[in-house]
Structures are given as C-alpha cells and as structure tokens.
Design a protein around this ligand. Structure first.
Ligand SMILES: Cc1ncc(COP(=O)(O)O)c(C=O)c1O
Length: 482
C-alpha cells in the first residue's frame, strides 16, 4: 500500500480495498459487559463473539477474504483421495517457495505436533529465536526443552530497532556447543515473532543463523505463519532488500531452510496449514503422521474449499499492497498511543499493536497477571477484546511457582483487511481513557487453572471489586449505553 499523502500534509494508512460483505457488530451497554466478563471468568478467550464490539484477539482465521478467494471456493474438488485442489495448492506453494513436497495439516499447531513427533526425543533441545505457545508445548510434551536465543534487545519493549526478532548468533553457537549438535532436534526461526510483539527477523540474520546450523548438520525450520508481515518489513527496513520484489524475497528466505511450516489461518488468509519438506526421503518418512493424525495426504484435515481460498490467498500475500495494510494500521495505532505517553512496544510490528502492561499497571504484582487484568479492563471499557501475552500465557515451573514471562503485553491484533480507520480511532480513544484511569485496575487470580495452555480455558476472578469501580467511572464519562 503506498503511503498516500493528504493535502493537510498528514499521512494516514489507506485501505486499498472496498467493503463488499459486512457483519453487524454489537456494542453492549457497559454493565452488560461486566456481566459477560464475569461469566467468561475474566478470560477474553471465553467471551462469546456476539458480545464483542472490536474483536482484536487474534488474526488467526479471521482475516477478511477477497472476492477472488471466495469465488475460488466454488471450484473445490471434493475427493477423499487425489483431490485436484490439493495438487493446485502443492503447485502454488512450490511456485512461491521452491519446495516440491507438501504435507497438509489442519492448522499450524498440527504441523508443530507432527514435526515435534518426528524429531523430538526426551532430552532433545529445540533452538528458537522465540517460542510460540503451541510450538513450545509440543516440544516439552515429548520431554524436550526449548532454548530461546532472541537478541537481548528484542525483549526491550521501547526501541527503534528494525529487527527485534533476530536471533543472537553468538548465543546460538554457544548453545549448540553446550547441548551438542546431535541433541539439537532443529533450529526453528519464527517470522514476525508473535509473542514479542510481531517483531520481524531480518533476511541477513536468517541467513547467518541457518548457515551456522548447517555447519553443525542441524535441521533448519521456518515458521512462516506470520511471514507476510515479515516480508513487508524486510522490504521496507532492510536496505539491501528494498529493490527486490516480495516474490524474490520470499524465495530467498525459503532457500535458507530445510523445512517450512505455516498456519493457513494467518499465512494464506484461510483456515488450514502445511509443512513443506525439501528432502524427499524425509517427506516420505513423515507422511504416516498425516494419515494417522490429520487425514488423507491430499487434504490433511482441511476443507477443500478453504484450500482453494488459500491458494488465492498465497498469491495475494505476494502483493505488496495487501501485506502493507496491517503493518500500516498497526503503526498508526502504536504511534498515536506512544505519542500520548502510553507504554507501547515500539517500533510497531506486524500482527497487532502491543501495550506494555508491566509499565501501565505497575501496581499489579506479576503473580496477579498485569496483562490479563489490563485486557479484561479493556473489554469492560469499550467492548474491545485483546489477548494477554505474558505470565498467564506461560506454564508454571515444575515446583508450581509462576514462570514470570520476560515480556508482559496486551495484544490488539489487526486481522487483515477487517477494521476501518474510524474503528481504529475508537480503540485508540478507549485505550487512552483506560490509561488515564489505570489506577482503578486490579489483579486477577485463578479459580480454575488447566495444567496445559491454561490461558485458553482457565477461569479467573478479580482480587477485589475493581471491575465494578472501573465500570462506574466509565459510565460517569460515557453514559450507560456505551
Ligand atoms: C507464529 C505462529 N506459529 C504457529 C501458530 C499456530 O497456528 P494455529 O493457531 O493455526 O494452530 C501461530 C498461531 O497463532 C503463530 O502465530
């Protein structure tokens, strides 16, 4: 998307699409939102979508489809085995990534399950720039452990560095030496690093890290779920790459890796997933997991309609206008909030705008989940659903103590091509109001705590009557019906 200049001299993000199908939104009155939040156990995952005004939980499976994606669904070839849709998908991915072998799977974590199942043994180490919740859980479930070697500066929330997702090459070498190359199951680099604010990794860093892994005979794996944002940042922030097309950059990135997997709920704007395997023998070794856990080899648990939509979505991902939309909206939101003095993760990355909850609600102890509390408060004050990305999303240490997350954030995701600028302005406004009333927000404690991935289905309660007090202040400002 070109930066369109206005007569006023301002530059604001511009939608390079028009709305053709709409879904009505509900803005429940403030007191009803309080009731809904109680029913959801102060966990935004447990809210019903109909009770939400701005659903900024995630970009997963909720990106807008284009007219071309929807019309492609009509030509889906329904067949248990040998669907022509599968071959079209495989060929499109080969055209883009240059890898011929595709293992289809129903979503990103299914790919992670299969990869971990094949490579991780008790005692194995998996090296990552940074973990993603499900990518780590699959490794630890099998007795492996994860080493996260993102550069220290990646965890500094306020920064101007362009590639905060970069892995530390010195730490990578030291880690391989310490663990022993034979115990390193694989090196996983995550594009658009989800849990540290959608921060990108540079091409140069990916190249150096994969070269090092190859010197030690370690398999290299790219998590391409958020590659579209990362491609945008490589083109706009990495000097040596600015004259390359998105297709050229994608191919250069792909050439570095032995395997690539993606969540099609993000990459491809549909619902599905897949693993691309360069080595044919390895591909055949891994096929059995697909038939056992996912489905036959030509659909892997996906609907063929979604597969057809994604084939178009992959091509749209190669369109600079399309992949510019989310990062530019995110930048607008981050810059406005940052200018108002609100602690944001800077520079704005992909995926969403991230608020540094540890700084906003300094008075809430880490064990009472500052980001979990802030995200619950934001639903109360505006019907905006974000996602906690902090201690609540971690699993407890073996001794039962809290594993305090290195970053404690509220994520406001920008699903692609979904929200307008006035909706974005509304979110900015409500975050500002909440920031000015942050002392009213209190902590949370678990009343039902699942052992694995507790953030999805856990139930919590406030440690005091702070939600009631917050709603009272909100109503005093905006009235009962907002
Ligand atoms: C970087 C990354 N990897 C993997 C996944 C898992 O994908 P899925 O939600 O399709 O299982 C996600 C999902 O958010 C992700 O952001």
């Amino acid at each position: 998307m070109p930066e369109i200049k206005f007569y006023s001299g301002k530059t604001i993000p511009m939608e390079m699409h028009k709305v053709k199908i709409v879904q009505k939104l509900n803005l429940l009155p403030a007191k009803e939102r309080l009731q809904k939040m109680k029913e959801a156990g102060f966990n935004t995952f447990m809210l019903h979508n109909g009770d939400i005004f701005m659903d900024m939980l995630t970009d997963s499976g909720v990106n807008a489809m284009s007219d071309n994606m929807q019309s492609a669904m009509l030509r889906a070839d329904d067949a248990y085995a040998g669907s022509e849709t599968f071959y079209r998908m495989r060929d499109k991915l080969e055209e883009i990534f240059g890898i011929a072998h595709l293992l289809p799977a129903h979503q990103g974590r299914a790919c992670e399950h299969i990869i971990a199942q094949h490579f991780v043994k008790p005692g194995s180490c998996v090296i990552m720039n940074y973990h993603f919740t499900t990518s780590k859980a699959h490794v630890t479930r099998l007795g492996g452990h994860v080493e996260e070697l993102v550069k220290d500066e990646g965890l500094v929330t306020k920064s101007t560095l362009p590639f905060k997702g970069n892995i530390d090459l010195d730490k990578l070498k030291a880690c391989i030496e310490k663990e022993g190359a034979e115990n390193v199951a694989y090196l996983r680099l995550e594009a658009g690093t989800n849990l540290i604010g959608g921060q990108p990794i540079s091409y140069e860093n990916m190249k150096a890290a994969t070269e090092l892994a190859k010197q030690y005979g370690i398999m290299t794996l790219l998590d391409a779920s958020l590659l579209q944002d990362n491609l945008y940042f490589i083109k706009t922030r990495e000097d040596s790459m600015k004259d390359k097309s998105i297709r050229e950059i994608t191919r250069m990135v792909a050439d570095l890796f032995d395997m690539i997997y993606f969540s099609g709920r993000k990459f491809g704007f549909g619902r599905g997933g897949g693993i691309l395997v360069r080595d044919e023998a390895l591909f055949h070794e891994m096929e059995d997991y697909i038939t056992m856990f996912e489905g036959f080899l030509t659909y892997g648990g996906m609907s063929v309609k979604e597969m057809e939509a994604m084939i178009i979505g992959f091509d749209e991902t190669m369109d600079f206008d399309v992949i510019s939309q989310a990062p530019q909206f995110i930048k607008h939101c981050v810059d406005e909030l940052d200018a108002a003095g609100i602690p944001m993760v800077t520079p704005g990355g992909g995926l969403g705008a991230h608020i540094d909850a540890r700084e906003v609600v300094k008075h809430i102890p880490a064990e009472q989940y500052p980001a979990g509390s802030l995200v619950a408060a934001l639903y109360l004050c505006g019907g905006i659903r974000g996602m906690e990305r902090g201690t609540l999303s971690e699993e407890r240490n073996a001794d039962g103590s809290e594993h305090i997350a290195s970053v404690e954030m509220v994520r406001l995701a920008f699903p692609r091509r979904v929200f307008t600028l006035s909706q974005t302005e509304y979110v900015i406004d409500r975050v500002k109001w909440l920031y000015d009333h942050r002392e009213l927000i209190g902590g949370l404690r678990f009343v039902h705590e699942p052992k694995t991935l507790r953030f999805f289905t856990g139930k919590l309660e406030p440690v005091s009557d702070w939600p009631e007090k917050l709603i009272e202040a909100y109503i005093a400002e905006f009235g009962e019906d907002q």
